[in-house]
Design a protein around this ligand. Structure first.
Ligand code: ADP
Ligand code: MG
Length: 428
């Protein structure tokens, strides 16, 4: 069996992504569920860490030739969130600053990336003896993006913050007006914001409107002025974060359900929430200018191992389109983050997702990818794939340092040691 050990270096209190760099990749490890704990699901050993983690693969432990050298790899990210990290910490560290950019008229994007829930694989590989299928759950993408009513995720927290900032901006304006009526009379400009949103799903390379719930597929048009637009999609106005939650809830009911099991519902489609913010600045003559910002928040479809895509029929089609769009997305981010000025060719056309996000990746846009992993040993291969994908997405930006992945020296084996030795290994 696979044994996965993940260890992290001392986790700092403030773990915010550094947005001076254009794009950022954060990693989040979800905790074991109470069910998993009860069922004694074997978990990785985790030690709180900073911006990197070490993964030890003991999968060759049965192989006498390799027993002495469990493979250890160091992966680095812009931020690493251990299972104890709260929804608020993850939001504040990854997404909060994006709201300011959107209010200034930039386009920004947040993705949650992670593998597909493995419930069906447990069944297929006949592992039910070891794993209760109902507890073999996902990596935490939906929890990270949407969360629960008690622990709201990125989407509700972002909207909440957005409306707070808008309120603050109008309050400053009002108090300024009261305090300085003279100045107000001569140079007054007034600002107003309008927030609208759309919520769509991309399933097997088809776009469906989750707000209208219409079953037909929508086309993506390249509009010279407005960028890529989904024709006929519903756009609703939101005045409060509560409005947004209502729309999200309504939209989620319209997501594609999987026929083969409730556990898998909706995990094979990308859910894209787009928030459009129009800031209108009016002068006293009634002339105005408008600034448009857009924030896209995406619960990506679960990634799959290539080995698993030998599925037949619908599964195969689904797997192929998921992998295709995730690959295209990774390629785009990777190419766009290339600061070397090489002018790498960016092929948006490879998938609906990248076409849709064409004006929200690269350029002046800020992009954050939150890669989600689970500590469950069964998910070892998936976790490793996620780490590889996420660090490859980040790789070009870090060309100069080129840290990840690095094979650690043999003596750093953590199989019989605690946190101390690994600390010294990594700081060297
Ligand atoms: P995915 O969307 O990647 O398939 P989910 O977000 O549905 O995975 O997470 C799987 C399960 O684990 C859900 O029951 C979810 O509530 C729970 N979970 C995920 N991340 C966390 C977390 N950080 N804290 C508590 N529970 C979590
Ligand atoms: Mg999900």
């Amino acid at each position: 069996a696979h044994v996965l050990r993940i260890q992290l270096l001392a986790w700092p209190k403030s773990n915010a992504v550094d947005h001076f760099g254009k794009d950022a990749v954060a990693l989040r490890i979800r905790p074991l569920s109470s069910k998993e704990v009860k069922e004694n699901v074997s978990a990785a050993i985790k030690i709180a860490g900073k911006k990197s983690l070490v993964v030890t693969d003991f999968s060759d432990a049965q192989d006498p030739l390799r027993q002495d050298r469990p493979r250890e790899k160091l992966y680095e990210f812009d931020a690493v969130y251990p299972e104890t990290a709260s929804q608020v910490q993850v939001f504040e560290g990854t997404t909060k600053t994006l709201v300011d950019y959107v209010l200034q008229g930039f386009n920004t994007t947040v993705f949650a990336y992670g593998y597909l829930s493995t419930a069906w694989r447990v069944k297929e590989l006949n592992l039910t003896r070891f794993y209760n299928t109902s507890s073999a759950t996902g990596a935490g993408k939906t929890y990270t993006m949407q969360g629960t009513p008690e622990n709201p995720g990125i989407m509700p927290q972002t909207l909440d913050h957005l409306f707070q900032q808008i309120k603050k901006a109008s309050r400053i304006q009002t108090s300024h007006g009261n305090a300085n009526p003279q100045q107000n009379a001569t140079s007054a400009t007034s600002q107003s914001y309008k927030v609208t949103l759309s919520y769509l799903e991309i399933y097997n390379e088809n776009i469906r409107d989750l707000l209208s719930g219409r079953p037909d597929y929508l086309e993506l048009w390249e509009d010279r002025l407005r960028g890529n637009v989904v024709s006929g999609i519903e756009r609703v106005e939101a005045k409060t974060a509560a409005d947004v939650l209502d729309w999200l809830e309504k939209g989620n009911l319209n997501r594609t359900q999987e026929a083969t099991g409730a556990n898998e519902a909706s995990s094979r489609s990308h859910a894209v929430l787009q928030v459009f913010v129009v800031k209108r600045t009016c002068n006293k003559k009634g002339q105005y200018t408008e600034q448009n910002g857009k924030l896209s928040m995406i619960d990506l479809a679960g990634s799959e191992r290539a080995a698993d895509t030998k599925n037949r029929g619908m599964r195969m089609i689904e797997g192929a389109s998921i992998n295709r769009s995730l690959l295209a997305l990774g390629n785009c981010i990777n190419a766009l983050s290339d600061d070397s000025g090489g002018g790498k060719y960016v092929n948006y056309r490879d998938s609906k997702l990248t076409r849709l996000l064409k004006d929200s990746l690269g350029g002046n846009c800020k992009t954050v990818m939150i890669a989600n992993i689970s500590p469950v040993a069964l998910n070892f291969e998936e976790t490793l794939n996620t780490l590889k994908y996420a660090s490859r997405t980040r790789a070009i930006k870090n060309k100069v340092c080129q840290h990840a992945p690095v094979l650690l020296p043999k003596h750093s084996s953590i199989s019989k040691t605690g946190s101390n030795s690994s600390k010294s290994t990594l700081s060297s």
